[in-house]
Design a protein around this ligand. Sequence first.
Ligand code: PRT
Ligand code: MG
Length: 223
Amino acid sequence: MNDTNTASPQLILALSKGRIFEDTLPLLSAAGIEVLENPETSRKLILATNDPAVRVLIVRASDVPTYVQHGAADFGVAGKDVLLEHGGEGLYQPVDLRIACCRMSVAVNAGFDYENAVRQGARLRVATKFVHTAREHFAKKGVHVDLIKLYGSMELAPLVGLSDAIVDVVSTGGTLRANNLVEVEKIMEISSRLVVNQAALKLKRERLQPIIEAFERASKLQG
Ligand code: PRT
Ligand code: MG
């Protein structure tokens, strides 16, 4: 998909299906870009837009930074949670898009006295997809933890005794409540960022800059 025609360079945008795709559509519209297919109904992983030079890759949310870092995509949209785990290497992060907002929190079984366990200096078993963020959080608090890496459905871990606590993203809190878990600590607010490949930003600046600016304007309006 590389293009050496510098007059009209191809632009590849990496997005994940679901909330990030949905929340990015109005920002793309503000930049004059309309995606021509719906990833929920199409099985295609490369989607066309009304601009023949712009295509959209559909990838897993946690893979967006990797595609952009390696230049397989020129730019993308990724949650701060995902970016903190990735490390952000090779990525320029010009705009907080203020979309897909949520928070990163610690949650435990309703009956578990988290504050007391922390006070007593207990060693906590913490299940999470976000091991980097969790490690940093508990290290700052001086709490000893055994981290258990999971790839999804973190809410299950305390229910079946796999862990004492989880670190996960929460938006409405409905999933925690449905599983009799309680949010005991907010680690940070999360929103999604525009990420741009550093080399692409230099080589395709003329094409990328107006899109970055349109995203920035549109995200301020909806923020
Ligand atoms: O689903 P997959 O494993 O492919 O990856 P993903 O979960 O990382 O992707 P996706 O599309 O679900 O989320 C993309 C980004 O959206 C995340 O990286 C976050 O930055 C952001 N975001 C915003 C959320 C939520 N809100 C959210 N609620 N990501 C996940 N959730 C989960 C939450 O953990 C819970 O299990 O959704 C469930 C419902 O949340 P409640 O609190 O509303 O019940
Ligand atoms: Mg998900």
